[in-house]
Design a protein around this ligand. Structure first.
Ligand code: WAQ
Ligand code: MG
Length: 242
């Protein structure tokens, strides 16, 4: 099999992220050598035509992944739900997530943490699934990276959903993570999801149309070694298969 490369893009407005630039877009793929050029180009195009604004800083990083370092995981099952209002959507999210591993308090806190953000974070919050306390440090959050789908195109032409399903599948495959709550920071995208027990539950109307604040919460068991979970989420190359 030919070698695989990780291709990652991050884009901001007002300078690089590390100098205080406002995050516009980020995306990544794992592709064969001969696809690296065209994928890098399409990621750059995306950063330049984004509903959050035009990027003035785009960073594209490419690196080789030795094929013996790749972990293969299964894709989550997808279930579609209905909700007519934000209140209904959040009630449904609570109903779907709560169970033996996640308390109602933890979910309610997570929703309040996301609703309380005054700007979007780059990564996800970690919340204790029992106590509902936030356990990650700093403002950046945990940034899941180095993942793609084995047959990306077959996951459909909705970029938001395809990328979210890949990310959520990696997140749920981590030892000690028992659920996820997400809605987008793209002003025109109000569909969100919760993931737990092997299922990706798509829920409409998770946030106000026009809001550029979104986020993610990963629910973790109290006794996890958060360092190794974060290492897996940020660094281990994962390909999702169906
Ligand atoms: N790792 C951790 N957190 C991330 C990452 C990442 N790689 N990328 C984004 N986030 C966080 C960050 O706080 C963003 O503000 C927030 O999630 C939303 O990111 O099936 O598009 O990329 O149609 O705007 C859900 C799809 C789409 C529902 C979610 O998220 C469907 C989406 P966005
Ligand atoms: Mg976004």
């Amino acid at each position: 099999m030919s070698e695989l490369y990780s291709v990652r893009m991050r884009a901001a407005q007002g300078g690089p992220h590390e100098n205080g630039g406002h995050h516009i877009s980020g995306a990544e793929r794992i592709v064969k050598l001969e696809e690296v050029g065209s994928i890098a180009q399409s990621l750059a195009e995306r950063a330049l035509h984004h509903s959050k604004g035009t990027a003035d800083f785009i960073n594209i990083t490419v690196d080789l992944i030795p094929s013996n370092e790749i972990t293969y995981i299964d894709c989550l099952q997808v279930e579609e739900h209905r909700a007519n209002t934000i209140v209904e959507a959040h009630e449904l999210a609570i109903e779907l997530l709560q169970g033996p591993h996640i308390t109602e308090v933890a979910i309610q806190n997570a929703i309040n943490f996301l609703k309380g953000l005054d700007s979007s974070m780059r990564g996800a919050m970690l919340v204790d699934a029992t106590t509902g306390k936030r356990i990650d440090e700093g403002k950046r959050g945990v940034r899941v990276s180095h993942m793609d789908s084995f047959d990306s195109e077959s996951l459909g032409d909705n970029d938001h959903m395809r990328e979210a399903l890949v990310l959520a599948s990696k997140v749920q495959s981590a030892d000690g993570i028992v659920g996820e709550l997400c809605w987008s920071d793209d002003p025109d995208y109000t569909v969100g999801y919760v993931a737990c027990n092997g299922v990706y539950h798509r829920i409409p109307n998770m946030k106000e149309l026009g809001s550029d604040i979104g986020g993610r919460v990963f629910f973790v068991q109290s006794d996890i070694d958060s360092k190794s979970v974060i290492e897996y989420l940020e660094k281990t190359p994962v390909l999702v298969q169906r």
